[in-house]
Design a protein around this ligand. Structure first.
Ligand code: ATP
Ligand code: PRP
Length: 208
């Protein structure tokens, strides 16, 4: 039988994903989060895991380079990838928020500048409200932007709220809840349906 390929997001959710897979009977014996190895095999279940940057997981799955992906909903939504979002894995929980320092200015402004790692999500969020925005794409430390006058607000992920608090930012709006999801390539879902369903069942059972 041919191996199913699973793209797993590196970073803060990786350990929990590996633990969930182990509980589902899928073991990557040589895996350590600090290793530089990119491909791991479980010969018993015939699953090949590729260990990649979170932001790239939807691309691997959409193109069929991977049959299945484990990644945060933030990255799936931002990518707009045409994949099946099959399962909430219940870890990596956080929330999209709009935050800044001057709420009155934010409320009254005709047009606002939004700094974010997620320009597509920010644009969609504000367009739903009929607001026009300019986006500035940043790749980290987004909270800095309103503090130095670079942007009026940020759209970013909040988990504990510590980063906002320590930088004197206030939540103006809360948006979507985010968690880690299991996504499936559309062609694989049709052509490898039995194997994909078996894997989904194993993971669902492990989730309890
Ligand atoms: N407090 C949090 N901040 C950011 N992401 C979180 C948080 N809690 C859970 N997540 C989830 O974890 C993923 C981010 O993990 P991580 O920060 O390791 O990746 P990244 O930001 O894509 O990586 P990098 O910082 O290397 O670019 C997010 O995509 C999100 O789904
Ligand atoms: O509410 P909190 O628990 O404080 O978590 C939220 C922070 O975590 C993330 O940043 P990350 O740690 O990925 O660093 P980054 O600034 O490099 O993106 C996110 O972009 C927020 O800055």
């Amino acid at each position: 039988m041919k191996y199913l390929t699973l793209a797993l997001a590196k970073g803060r959710t990786a350990e929990q994903a590996i633990k969930l897979l182990a509980n589902a009977g899928i073991h990557f014996e040589t895996f350590t989060s600090t290793s530089r190895k990119l491909i791991f095999h479980d010969d018993r279940t015939e699953i090949k895991m590729i260990y990649v940057k979170a932001v790239d997981v939807p691309t691997y799955v959409e193109t069929g380079a991977a049959d299945i992906g484990i990644v945060g909903k933030d990255n799936i939504q931002e990518s707009g990838a045409n994949v099946y979002d099959m399962m909430d894995l219940k870890f990596g929980s956080c929330q999209f928020v709009v935050a800044g320092v001057d709420k009155n200015k934010y409320t009254d402004a005709q047009r606002i500048t939004v700094a974010t790692k997620y320009p597509q999500i920010a644009t969609d969020h504000f367009h739903k409200q009929g607001r026009q925005i300019d986006t500035i794409k940043l790749n980290g430390s987004v909270e800095l932007a309103p503090l130095i006058g670079m942007a009026d607000v940020i759209v970013d992920i909040m988990e504990t709220g510590t980063t906002l608090k320590e930088n004197g930012l206030e939540v103006f709006e809360t948006a979507e809840h985010i968690s880690t999801r299991l996504i499936v390539n559309k062609a694989s879902f049709a052509t490898k349906s039995e194997r994909v369903h078996n894997l989904l069942n194993q993971i669902q059972n492990a989730l309890g």
